[in-house]
Design a protein around this ligand. Structure first.
Ligand code: ATP
Ligand code: LTN
Length: 333
């Protein structure tokens, strides 16, 4: 069944287990999935095959994959309302990626800004997988005939590419895929590094004070936020031209739910130290229940294994239906 004939929209999104999840992943992605889980049919993936496109350690990948599943649950995704699974447990993702590789012009991939950034200066360490990464991502989305893909700003170009690939496939081989849309929230779609507000907060960036990880201890969270790079001005206002301050205020806005106006009034006449202390308290309070649930969930490792096995079984009919149609459309059956 494609999107045109469904009454409830289907959502698909994913996160790479390339390190510990951080506040950007939470505010830009997971929190929005949790808030809207009642409205849609939800499929959330831990994309472990995307995480091997750059240098990595297999033992760490294994442990980050489980940690990411645990954090999805701890952040509030409910396995009754969401299907949570690991990409490599469904081999059709890579099968479909190959087929889509053959309908994707190379020029489309050469334009991807994430590839340009991640490959710069990498020489022979730049794998072919890093180049075709967006095609695997398109396969993830199109395999499930997703209507909406809730992501942070940095993934907009990749979701648009998935749209273009779906449309091209449908034109060449007949109507097969739902053409998906990126869903990006106006606030918090691009959280910046606390140590350098010109860089997106990222799992793979170095620097002790770059990000706040969801599992960081309160002391570490406070240290990172207190050291956050700002500027030498004084007044506390939302001004994108003061990126360090703007980032702190954006995180405050996302976690407090207050309006820009309320926040500016609240901090009127106060200094950066005061803002940072209140922000640290807010972040610690937001993460505390997540960390407590995470400890609880991971106390029983079998629970995650059972959930993952059940998810694969639940997804099977959708996967089989899409792949049967693709194989016929492309002439393999
Ligand atoms: P890596 O550093 O390994 O590339 P990442 O930290 O950029 O990882 P992803 O796994 O690529 O994280 O992203 C998962 C989700 O989180 C995506 O929807 C992405 O748009 C969102 N996201 C990632 N970083 C941020 C950020 N700094 N601000 C807002 N959203 C973000
Ligand atoms: N490329 C994404 C992760 C990702 C994804 C997806 C997101 C892989 N497949 C499908 C949404 C839908 C990233 O955040 N780096």
């Amino acid at each position: 069944m494609t999107g045109a004939t469904r009454t409830t929209k289907r959502v698909f999104s994913g996160i790479q287990p390339s390190g510990g999840l951080h506040l950007g992943n939470y505010i830009g992605a997971i929190r929005n999935w949790v808030e809207e889980q009642d409205r849609y049919e939800n499929i959330f993936c831990v994309v472990d095959q995307h995480a091997i496109t750059v240098d990595y350690d297999p033992a760490q990948l294994r442990s980050h994959t489980r940690q990411t599943v645990g954090l999805y649950l701890a952040c509030g995704l409910d396995p009754e309302r969401c299907t949570i699974f690991v990409q490599s447990h469904v081999p059709e993702h890579t099968e479909l990626a190959w087929l889509l590789n053959c309908v994707t012009p190379m020029g489309w991939l050469e334009r991807m800004t994430q590839f340009k950034e991640k490959s710069a200066g990498g020489g022979e360490r730049v794998s072919t997988g890093l180049f075709t990464y967006p095609v695997l991502m398109a396969a993830d989305i199109l395999l499930y005939q997703a209507d909406g893909v809730p992501v942070g700003e940095d993934q907009k170009q990749h979701v648009e590419l998935a749209r273009d690939i779906a449309a091209r496939f449908n034109r060449l081989f007949g109507d097969t895929f739902t053409v998906p849309e990126p869903w990006i929230r106006p606030v918090g779609a691009r959280v910046m590094g606390f140590d350098d507000p010109s860089r997106k907060m990222s799992k793979s960036a170095d620097g002790q004070y770059h990000s706040v990880a969801l599992l960081d201890e309160p002391d570490q969270i406070r240290r990172t936020i207190m050291r956050a790079v700002t500027d030498s001005e004084r007044d506390i206002v939302f001004n994108p031209e003061r990126p360090g301050l703007f980032n702190l205020l954006t995180v405050f806005q996302a976690l407090s739910g207050q309006s820009k106006q309320e926040i500016e009034t609240h901090f009127a006449g106060q200094g950066y130290g005061h803002l940072k202390r209140e922000l640290a308290d807010l972040v610690i309070a937001a993460l505390e229940p997540i960390q407590a649930r995470y400890r609880d969930i991971t106390a029983d490792p079998a629970r995650i294994d059972q959930l993952l096995a059940r998810s694969v079984a639940r997804l099977r009919p959708i996967v089989d239906d899409t792949m049967a149609r693709v194989r016929v459309a492309m002439g393999h059956r």
